[in-house]
Structure formats: C-alpha cells, structure tokens
Design a protein around this ligand. Structure first.
Ligand SMILES: Nc1nc2c(ncn2[C@@H]2O[C@H](COP(=O)(O)OP(=O)(O)OP(=O)(O)O)[C@@H](O)[C@H]2O)c(=O)[nH]1
Ligand SMILES: [Mg+2]
Length: 251
C-alpha cells in the first residue's frame, strides 16, 4: 500500500508505517500555544502534525513554517483568510488521507485538549471503534474554570442535538477526536456544510449513519490558557438550525 512508502507528494512527506498518526490542528491567532503544543505532540513517536492556519494576523503560520523547515513531522496548510473551523478540518482531512495517514486526529490549539490523551484515543480506535471522542460529559470527564453560561450552552446544545438526531454521544460538539482513515474515506466530505460547532455534530451524525462504531472517552477540559475565543452567536445559531436540517434530510 502507498501508505507505507516515504516518497514525496506535492512537497510533503507522506505518512510512513512509523508515523501513521496525524493531528490536524486548525488555528486562528494561536501563536502563544502552538509551538509548545506541537513539541508535546512530537514526543509521541508515531505522531505527525498538520496545522491548518487561516492567515492568522498574529503570525501563527510563520511560526509553524519555521518549525516545519526543521522538523519533517510538521506540516502547514495555509489558507487565505478566516474561512471557518469546519472547512479547515475538511481541507486537513483531505491532505491527511492523500498522505496516507491511518489515524487522523482533531485537536484545538489552545491546550484545552491535553496531548496526554492522544495515545488513549488512538488505543480506542486501534482496539474497539472507528471514531473515538474525548468527552467532557461521560463519567470521569469534566470542564474546569467554565462560567455558568458556557456550561449551559454546551450542555444544553449537546442534549438538543443528541435528542433530535438520536446521537449515541453525550459530547457531540467535542473537537478532540481520532478517526480511523476508513471513516473519512467513506464519508462524502464535499457534502459537509457546517462550519462551527455544527461541524462536529454533523460529523458524528454522518459517521453514525454510515454504520461506524463511536466511543466516548472521558477528558478533563480546562478553559483556554491564553488567546481569544472564536465562539460567536453565529456559530451557536448555525448549530441550532443545522441539527434540524440534518434531521429533515435537507443537507
Ligand atoms: N483555521 C481556522 N481555525 C479556527 C477557526 N476558528 C477557530 N479555529 C481554531 O479552532 C480551535 C477551536 O477554537 P476555539 O476558539 O478554541 O473554540 P472553543 O474551544 O469553542 O472556545 P474557547 O476555548 O473559549 O476559545 C482553535 O485552535 C482555533 O484557533 C477558523 O475560522 N479557521
Ligand atoms: Mg478552545
């Protein structure tokens, strides 16, 4: 299989048998954390990193470019401007599939997702399921330093989506995940329209509809250490509406 060769595709080293895991990290203004985070991930020998940066005004992309020149396990997918989380992941997934990665992870850049959980998500997919989700709302999971409103929006949004779409998950908006490549290869990525939290919900729904096994694992999720949140009213509204669009087969 081409997955295990080490030749170059479009200037990027493709996955090898020893580096079969890739963490796709979308970034917009994450210069304070991205270098430390990548360093932690690279301590895991099987892992590579692909940052999808939307031309961050704070120079996140430049930092990642500098790292990628020294470290072949780091890649950058630059985009022209802030085009949204969902489309950043789709672009990253396509690249990861093309490069032959077996295990394709999603992760935020702000250290809310502790890289120490990566091997644990990987093990779940290697042994038991096709998609493993780091969950704040299963037993053993939790959030730290969240205000009442943030808790309320996240918990009620997850209940709402779970009920309407009959999801097998308690934390369907979590962006800390490991997909086996067979899931992303089977889904029609061009049909995914959601861009904010709705993107994560839509991906769980489509993964379940396609008959794949999904497992949640508990994570402790602290608030971002530094930098600014990209959550907006628009993102919450998109999620509320798209859940019904999915349910009614309109997207
Ligand atoms: N490429 C790209 N990345 C984005 C975009 N919006 C958010 N991100 C990244 O997606 C990840 C999650 O965004 P966050 O702002 O942390 O969202 P959140 O965790 O719900 O909210 P906070 O933790 O409160 O900031 C971070 O790594 C962001 O930099 C976007 O439009 N494009
Ligand atoms: Mg965050």
């Amino acid at each position: 299989m081409t997955e295990t060769t080490g030749t170059l595709v479009e200037g990027q080293a493709i996955a090898t048998a020893t580096h079969d895991c890739i963490v796709v990290i979308p970034t917009y203004n994450e210069r304070d954390t991205i270098v430390d985070l990548i360093g932690k991930i690279l301590e895991l020998p099987r892992f590579r990193v692909l940052v999808v940066d939307d031309n961050s005004p704070d120079g996140t992309g430049t930092l990642v470019t500098d790292l990628s020149l020294k470290e072949p396990r780091v890649g950058l997918l630059p985009r022209s401007g802030k085009l949204g989380l969902g489309s950043a992941y789709i672009a990253g997934f396509r690249r990861a599939l093309r490069e032959g990665s077996q295990y394709i992870f999603e992760m935020d850049a702000d250290f809310s997702h502790d890289p120490a959980y990566l091997p644990y998500l990987l093990q779940a997919v290697e042994l038991h399921c096709d998609l493993a989700i780091g969950s704040r709302y299963v037993r053993g999971g939790d959030t730290v330093n969240w205000g009442f409103m943030r808790q309320f929006i996240s918990r009620s949004g997850n209940l709402y989506a779970g009920l309407i779409l009959q999801l097998p998950t308690t934390d369907s908006t979590s962006g800390f995940r490991c997909y086996h490549r067979r899931v992303l290869a089977a889904l029609n990525l061009s049909a995914i329209r959601s861009n904010g939290y709705a993107f994560q919900i839509e991906m769980v729904y489509r993964t379940k509809q396609a008959g794949f096994r999904i497992q949640e694992l508990p994570i402790i999720f602290p608030d971002r250490r530094v930098g600014k949140s990209k959550m907006s009213r628009h993102i919450v509204l998109e999620a509320l509406i798209n859940v019904w669009r999915l349910r009614l087969g309109l997207m």
